[in-house]
Design a protein around this ligand. Sequence first.
Ligand code: C2E
Ligand code: MG
Ligand code: MG
Length: 419
Amino acid sequence: MRLVVLDDDEPITDFMATVARECGWEAETATDELAFRALVRAMPPDAILLDLQLGETDGIAQLHFLHSVNYTGAIVLMSGFDSRVLASAQHIGESLGLRIAALIEKPARWAEIRDVIRAIERSFGSKPTGTAEAAPHAVQARADLISAQDVGEAIDAGQMELHLQPIVAAAGHGVTSAEALIRWRDPVRGLLPPGRFVSVAETDDRVIDQMTMWAVQTGAAQYRRLAQLGSAIRIFVNISGRNLQSLDFPDRMAALRERMAVPDHAIGLEITESVAMEDLDVTESVLTRLRLKGFSVALDDFGTGHSSLTALRRMPFSAIKIDKSFVSELQTSSDSFTIVKSVIQLARDMGLESVAEGVENADAARLLTELGIDHLQGYYFSPPRPFDSFVTWLDGWPRGVTPHPNRGQPRSATSIATG
Ligand code: C2E
Ligand code: MG
Ligand code: MG
């Protein structure tokens, strides 16, 4: 295992490196940005100890750098500031998709650093690196650079998979729908989560369009197979805010649905608010037209963006998905509890369905149900699964399937009803 320490205070870098070596790690140190970046570029380490205050630059700039090189190892943040600064830095890192393994308030004791290093070792299990493959570092560094074109080619090559995660009714826990989540089975890198390539795809309008169309088409095909098996549950596909910037998107979506011969209610869409609202006028038209064409549209990750309430006021959403960061803190943070409670109330008052994501245990499910949530989703019920595994899970789910009352009609009936 290899560690790189960045702190502008040399005695501190030496101290940290010594602790790491005592734990059997290789350790290298840097006291300025240039040296640090050179070390990371030459060979991405398994873990990085990063001081937030660095003289001319700061730890946040380094987090953006690590994001830009697709660093996947563990990051430990250190600061002499109060814990709120550390918590904000952690949040920034996590929103960049980085793996923040621990926070250390300086001055740190030997035992504290040692425990953090040991915890990182444990989190890697037998695998020596934070990436999908235990490839040699140099190879890994090259393999980590993903371009939009790579993503487009992977879609063409049939390397994408659409996994399904059940969404259950809070009342009775019958399965009402499923969320479709994309994964890339790369022959070299292994199974990549969307965090590794969706934002890359979004840099190229053509590629993100291709990805969305692939996901909707695959979701529709999955709906049909589920319907044949007697479980006609709606599939919610994630679409990018970029898609909502093109005015003909609703037409192309409806045409695709028609071509796949699935009923209007077969496909729902989830949109993350932070990227959804670039040009509010265009977004509003596109969303409204999607609704008119019979798509349910959920506002995803509610509470994490910058314009939640503006988005809610202007856009005709049919459901709110409360972000998992609030749900995971439900039992430990009274602020999160209050926010979740209010959002559920807000959804109800606005006539929207509410969905909680990230439900990981029975207590959270019970609490959310008491607060009046409509639907629950999370590892407590099931993680996202490949299609066949999802079908097996569904077969064994004792609470069965509770599709929406207006579902399961033949295509012709809904076509007449909706013109
Ligand atoms: P999302 O739409 O908010 O999806 C929920 C994420 O939470 C998924 O991560 C899911 O695996 C994870 N999750 C589910 N239950 C739990 C739980 O109990 N605890 C925790 N900690 N996590 C849980 P995933 O699959 O890595 O997807 C990440 C994001 O990537 C999605 O967030 C979505 O924004 C995006 N995404 C996924 N598939 C697509 C796609 O086909 N197209 C686009 N444009 N974006 C996609
Ligand atoms: Mg989603
Ligand atoms: Mg979400």
